[in-house]
Write a protein that binds this ligand. Structure first.
Ligand code: 3EB
Length: 326
């Protein structure tokens, strides 16, 4: 269905478009500036390793209003809102407390702005792998996040695609895209849903869906794919082997794309086409050339941002997230 300017967007829906540059006639709902020397936008606090995607523009065809409430900065357009909250985190506070405080503010504000449905979340925190066993900072973070979501009445069907990455910047940063209507969550047949991970990975399983699809007013679907790692079932595979982890991630992404194409009856979503974007989080900076070259062979021409970051299991070397449309 083609969009017709005479009728305007359906149900106040904004046409969300994600790209490496600002598109003419669009307004910016949010921009992630990966290379802080070149552009303005939200900072994720991870060193930029390279790639064509220096700034990721999340743009809409509707007027954007913005504000700061309860320490959360928000930007709203049509049926969508983008929310950002950050707090200093020097490692002395239990991440479960910070996550719970941050998520409850974000969720309260999303509800107050009448866009309570989670569509995409990003979490960046210092020293994600510090601490042993259930004291690992990522596991504590998962606990606090799960408690805040539960408190807000958000359960498995209402979770959304996510990313959780560690860095060295002593700041916890949370970003959420929310809307007035729910997205459509897709799970990966090769992986156990993260919210069903067994107890060995921590006191509360991670609260995210493998992908969330957002129906756009013109009939297209925006597919937002979570950080995807070398995990099969619930297990890490190919510990210490970068190339094998990349091959496994490629299989996971292709499987998720096929599943999305089938579930949504959209054959174009079966592979990354024009308009797709990738972010690669790489634990060791020296691994970036191999990651970059692998992605360039697998999906030639796609804009990629390479970021140095710690994956939330210490045995994972790389994680890839994506956005595509079809
Ligand atoms: C995994 O598959 C890798 O806790 O929000 C990926 C994406 C991962 C999101 C999160 C964690 C999160 O379990 C880790």
């Amino acid at each position: 269905m083609a969009s017709d300017p005479r009728y305007g967007p359906r149900l106040g829906g904004a046409r969300l478009q994600v790209g490496p540059g600002p598109a003419a006639r669009n307004e910016t709902l949010a921009a992630f500036a990966f290379n802080p020397t070149t552009d303005q936008g939200f900072v994720v606090g991870l060193p930029f390793l390279g790639g064509k995607l220096e700034t990721e523009f999340w743009q809409v065809d509707q007027a954007v209003s913005s504000g700061i409430d309860d320490d959360v900065s928000w930007r709203r357009a049509g049926d969508l809102v983008f929310l950002a909250w950050q707090t200093p985190d020097d490692g002395s506070t239990d991440p479960s407390l910070l996550a719970e405080a941050g998520y409850s503010r974000l969720l309260t504000l999303a509800r107050r702005l009448e866009r309570p449905c989670l569509l995409r979340a990003w979490n960046f925190m210092p020293d994600i792998n510090a601490g042993d066993g259930d004291q690992e900072r990522y596991r504590r973070f998962c606990l606090g996040r799960a408690q805040a979501l539960e408190q807000a009445g958000i359960h498995v069907p209402e979770l959304c695609a996510g990313t959780a990455i560690g860095g060295r910047d002593p700041v916890l940063r949370l970003f959420v895209l929310a809307g007035s209507r729910p997205g459509i969550n897709i799970e990966n047949p090769r992986q156990i849903s993260a919210y069903c991970y067994p107890r060995i990975y921590g006191p509360r399983s991670p609260s995210f869906a493998r992908a969330t699809a957002l129906p756009l007013p013109d009939g297209d679907m925006l597919l937002m794919i979570s950080g995807t790692a070398s995990v099969v079932g619930h297990k890490t595979v190919h510990e210490g082997d970068l190339t094998a982890q990349l091959e496994e991630i490629e299989r996971n992404l292709r499987s998720l794309l096929n599943e999305s194409a089938a579930r949504l009856a959209r054959p174009q979503l079966g592979d990354f086409g024009p308009g797709s974007l990738l972010r690669a989080y790489v634990r060791h900076q020296s691994d970036w050339p191999l990651v970059r070259d692998h992605l360039a062979r697998a999906w030639p021409g796609l804009p990629v941002a390479g970021l140095e970051g710690d994956i939330c299991r210490s045995d994972l070397l790389v994680e890839i997230e994506a956005v595509c449309v079809g």
